[in-house]
Design a protein around this ligand. Sequence first.
Ligand code: PFF
Length: 476
Amino acid sequence: MATGNITAAPRDNWGSKLGFVMAAAGSAVGLGNIWKFPYTAGENGGGAFVLIYLAFVIVIGFSVMLTEFAIGRHTSRSVVGSFKSTDKRWSFVGIIGVLSGLLIMGFYPVVGGWALAYVPKIATGLLDTPEAIGDSFGGFISDPVQPLLWMAAYLVLNIVIVSKGISGGIEKAGKILMPLLFLILIVVAVKGLSLPGAGAGLEFLFKPDFSKVDSHVVLAALGQAFFSLSLGMGAMITYGSYLKKKENLVQTTGMVVGMDTAVALLAGIAMFPAMFAFNMEPAAGPGLVFVVVPQLFAEMGHVGLLFALMFFVGLTVAALTSSVSLLEVVVSYLIEEKGMKRVTAVLSASCVMAAMCVFASLSLGGVGPKLFDTGVFDIFDLLTDKVFLAVGGMFICIFAGWRLNRIDLEKEITNNGKVSFPLFGLWYNLVKYVIPVAVAVVACAGILSGFESGKGAIMILALVIIGSTALISKKL
Ligand code: PFF
């Protein structure tokens, strides 16, 4: 959220602790929580997925975020520089992070554009015919032109924010709109829960049925945890590099993880009871939030119209505060490592992203190239969410556990002994041994099971890209 601090004088520190927490939470809370979490939970059987996701967030997500903050603050560099300055051979981890940022920005603005488009759509009567809301969404995203225009508008907002460093505005907007979005989600949840038949939705979301769990579900939960917490690509390393030495890293990590998880769960509670009440399929896919939420608001009359407008403005701002952090990872690499001017870096990165988004958006209407029967949107999503972020996170942990010095890390995390962190030993062993092994096992098993659904080949492709990046990264 606070890219102003990033885009201003290079080594500015965060003005206030709250400012930092809000910025990091702004990166974390986004489409991942409100758009992706509910439909991924729906597609992966509900309760058991949610439970595994929560376990991953607490054990792996918390530890990796603390690691990223510690590396960032310790090295005071953004993603590639932080690895390079310690050991050149490790710069590939930073490069993988930059690639992940580029790939996520190959589809994130498409969905950000949908959120933006829903503001005028709702203002001009979408809620008047509730029975047509589902078809209207389907028609909209498969239209060859409309979503592209909204995606372009959304991308332009990102370009303006990141290139001019005028994040003051977006930061302020975020500080007001994020709590507002949270409140609206509570309203939606209460409304959804009051509908007849809503109980089945809560049961679906929170009553685990482990017979639905296979290695693909476990990998989906791991990927969701990394994506939602903005981990595995160095976004949090960049944020950490601006953090003051006196701040408490453990507490900050706890706050960001807590907020992110609360929003995801609330989004689930807001959506599933209503879906069950409306007799919709839990595995309805990426359209979930764009269909269920307007339908709920349509039942609430004039107040509903106002809430719906605020919801989609809030969702757009939440998406923006995340995507500017993605764009910033790529841009800061181009500036620091390639010597580009900020504006040139923003424009060149955005041109590539725009081209990727065009293919991603068109693929939803069945247009454009396919690989192993999978369209471009799904390819970018699969590559990043299922492989790149988790593998990136694994390397970040290996780097911290095996390349950095334990004493240095302890000093960094405890502020030279001033902050007590009794679980340091546990965290260190998790990062050094458990997480790398766990991620490797989950990723391999998930990739193997992906072959059943035809997605395995694409995930292997991700590993090939990562491997080649590691090999050629010295030249990049
Ligand atoms: N965490 C963001 C979301 O939930 O929408 C997405 C994201 C942002 C992923 C930044 C990764 C990242 F580095």
